[in-house]
Design a protein around this ligand. Sequence first.
Ligand SMILES: *Cc1c(COP(=O)(O)O)cnc(C)c1O
Length: 403
Amino acid sequence: MEKRFIYADNAATTKVTQNVLDAMLPIFTENFGNASSIYNLGMDAAKIVLASREKVANALGAKVNEIYFTAGGSESDNWAIKGAAEIGAKKGKKHIITTAIEHHAVLHTCEYLEKHGFEVTYLPVDEYGRITVEQVENAIREDTCLVTVMFANNEIGTIMPIPEIGKLCRQKKVLFHTDAVQAVGHVPINVKEMNIDMLSLSGHKIHAPKGVGALYIKTGIALPNLIAGGAQERGKRAGTENVPGIVGLATAITDACADIPEKTERIAALRDKLIDGILQIPQTRLNGHPTQRLAGNVNISIRGVEGESMLLLLDLNGICASSGSACTSGSLDPSHVLLAIGLPHEIAHGSLRLSLGEDITEEEIDYIIETVPKVVTKLRSMSPLWERICSTEGLNPDGTPKA
Ligand SMILES: *Cc1c(COP(=O)(O)O)cnc(C)c1O
């Protein structure tokens, strides 16, 4: 039998599409000029960067001069948060509000600022991973300089009430940043209607290459410069433009935002089939919000199995997935997101995240639904933990309650 290959880890990174690649290739060998050079080849590059900036702005409902290209989501997050902190400090405002389930690019930046005299409120989330606008309202103080709340969570797919938080922050005159890396291209976004002051996005989560991203900065926000040097990015982020990456990002965001309603409807239906299928396994639970979630996100905890072992067996069966446990960092700490929604360590360790791409087929979904139970049965049959769960809770080896 032909070896299967199903990529279900699109929240980690995505494949560059043919359309994006086709847009990028001539930039390497033909339109390879430096956008700062004054001859035609350089001016062509400058025009290409400007056209790309327009495309990104259009996708977000922003103005062209409000888009700054960066090297990715982490850089955009760092710039927005550290920059807002610097603006705040000048006015004696050294308090920041965020959530407990942000990406590490946000959390570790906040921790850095705590070491430098800032106070950070980490809002707890509910069992589905959501915060409320009331929580933000109650946390805002006279000295709050920034609210930073992710648009959608990368592990459990929960979508936050961003327009409501934006409205509140605008009323309270507090800067509002959102890490929208997982939401761009999947959820309709308009930074003006949503009262967003700064928004981070990343290319490689939407079928552009790795190492390119953008930060939207609303006109009038004097965010400090990130990199000193040449006059690129209106003098705020120096360095010769990554023109191929920028073109890739602009093409990818245009494609991703072209058909959000149709695309999400189709993928969400397959996602729900997949969730229902895996939840047939006894002693499992869905993590994240049942409806306020990204169309392609499935995150399920499976008792009595260890996430990393599950991923290895799934890989042997041709399925690329991810787990809630932070195995990549070599640490055995379970995910901060799963702990924040209230999962005990034991359950947080056995979590499976499948993030579906636009090209996923129903046949592939059926194969995953068929394969996951086999892998779980195998791992449970070898697990002392599972044996203990079954004997203390009166369960059969398959996890059903004893009659
Ligand atoms: C992937 C991701 C990032 C980091 O983006 P990079 O381009 O890889 O630096 C930040 N935030 C979220 C929510 C992400 O999913």
